[in-house]
Ligand binder design. Structure first.
Ligand code: PA5
Length: 465
């Protein structure tokens, strides 16, 4: 089963300000350069995430053994992580398991535990979480590549203390598992010192590209997901993404079309899955696309301020909230419909009001047909209004097709980075806020930043009403 990409509606033959063949042809030198960079960087180990479909065999075995050892001891598997250490686990769980997984009785979860992801540090979240589960019957997975992220580490410290108080240090040890870098950061030091089980994130794989490492594989395996299937799907997509010819390489073409779109003022990338199961793919994609491509400087140090703002939506729900804007608002978006051919379930509308024309046509129709038809109709309307759009389709949402999709977006993001001539793998813009937080807390080493903050002009009360 292969994912498909239909980009007809990105082209000038179908939408008023669409991309022309001339525009595509004009970029052949940039395409060649980007292709070469992708190959060279991979060979030089600078795209280590591209090897994950092939080198996680050992991790998969260790993960599956660990799941078998632990799963019956716990009610819930709890992820303490944020950003790239949380969005993937949420997206994969939502895609492949029952949408109300935690509410199902255990036998309907095939004996697997519940899953919670505590990514935010809103104080209410942790307190309410402790009121929802027996916190001593959970396995806590502290996920942090850097091993120093304040949000994750603060949650860890609260939970470690709670466990040690409630069950004692020895028993607490078995309830914490870490996923982090083998060498750098505090978390690996702590894990070793405390005797926690730990899994390694390959050092050259960055946070938002780490879903196919134990970051994503461990939580998925604890929810009974076929993690090998995810990797097999990713490997299949890797083959397609090695194609030199851009017309045969879906991820490169996706990136190129978005790149041209950006040069034509399409500053917004709308991701619109027509499947509840793919809802959190939009969240995961939003981080990947935004954090990787939103950059001030290019690789030559020139100020470019590039990037596209990702917008997370859900079909058909957002037809009733955002599509009005897409159809008639500014011409500043590329809309990506994300559909499935076959849903896992079928439900049919009864022929209750056959004599009422506005309802009768629904009688005997399945929701499967209704959602698909609404997707096609929205695509038609958006195209008619001249807005660039394209459609990605999974034949069915399975571990393998999901692996294809995740890997596809990762390659597309990296390739878009090459076309934009920016570093898609760093996030310097996030540092300023982090450093300001440290300074506000008086963390040693941030005295200069604190002085800078103190010297900033005070807000004028006149403008606070
Ligand atoms: O993509 C990234 O690098 C970030 O979004 C990180 O995933 C996020 O900041 C969490 O970092 P860490 O895993 O180091 O705790």
């Amino acid at each position: 089963m292969k994912m498909r990409m239909d980009y007809n509606n990105m082209l000038s033959s179908r939408v008023s300000d669409g991309i022309t063949q001339q525009e595509l042809d004009k970029l052949s030198a940039s395409i060649k350069k980007a292709n070469k960079a992708m190959v060279d960087k991979r060979a030089a180990g600078k795209m280590a995430w591209r090897d994950l479909p092939y080198n996680q065999e050992g991790a998969v075995k260790e993960i599956n053994d660990y799941v078998n050892e632990m799963k019956d001891e716990i009610d819930a598997f709890v992820v303490l992580g944020i950003g790239g250490s949380a969005l993937g686990p949420m997206a994969v769980q939502q895609a492949l398991n029952h949408p109300w997984w935690n509410e199902l009785p255990r036998e309907k979860r095939n004996g697997f535990p519940k899953l919670y992801v505590l990514d935010n540090v809103d104080p209410e979240r942790l307190v309410y979480f402790f009121q929802t589960v027996d916190p001593t019957r959970c396995l806590y997975n502290v996920i942090s590549k850097s091993g120093s992220t304040s949000e994750t580490m603060s949650q860890f410290m609260i939970i470690q203390q709670m466990l040690e108080e409630k069950v004692g240090k020895e028993a607490a040890r078995r309830k914490i598992v870490c996923t982090t870098d083998a060498v750098s950061g505090n978390l690996i030091t702590i894990a070793k010192a405390e005797g926690y089980k730990y899994f390694i994130i390959p050092s050259a794989v960055g946070g938002r590209f780490s879903e196919l490492t134990p970051v994503g594989l461990l939580p998925a395996a604890f929810c009974g997901i076929d993690i090998k299937g995810l990797l097999v799907g990713a490997a299949a997509m890797d083959e397609a993404c090695k194609e030199e010819d851009i017309y045969k390489n879906p991820a490169h073409m996706y990136a190129l079309l978005h790149y041209i779109g950006m040069t034509k003022g399409k500053n917004i990338s709308v991701m619109m899955p027509y499947a509840d199961s793919l809802k959190f793919i939009s969240d995961w994609y939003a981080q990947l696309w935004a954090e990787s491509l939103g950059k001030q400087f290019d690789n030559d140090g020139k100020t470019v301020n590039v990037g596209q703002t990702p917008v997370k939506t859900l079909g058909v729900t957002d037809q009733h909230s955002q599509v009005q804007l897409y159809a008639e608002g500014p011409f500043d978006k590329i809309i990506v419909f994300l559909g499935v051919d076959e849903y896992r379930e079928t439900i049919t509308i009864p022929k209750t009001y056959a004599d009422m024309p506005s309802l009768g046509f629904l009688g005997g129709v399945t929701h499967n047909k209704l959602i698909k038809t609404e997707q096609d109709a929205t695509e038609y309307a958006i195209t008619k209004s001249g807005r660039m759009n394209m459609t990605l389709t999974l034949p069915k949402v399975t571990a393998s097709t999901l692996g294809q999709l995740l890997y596809f977006f990762e390659v597309a993001t990296a390739y878009a980075g090459e076309l934009l001539n920016i570093d898609a793998f760093d996030q310097p813009g996030v540092e300023e806020g982090k450093n300001a937080t440290y300074a506000m807390f008086g963390r040693p080493g941030y005295e200069e930043k604190k002085a800078e903050l103190d010297a900033a002009p005070a807000k004028d009360d006149k403008y606070i009403i």
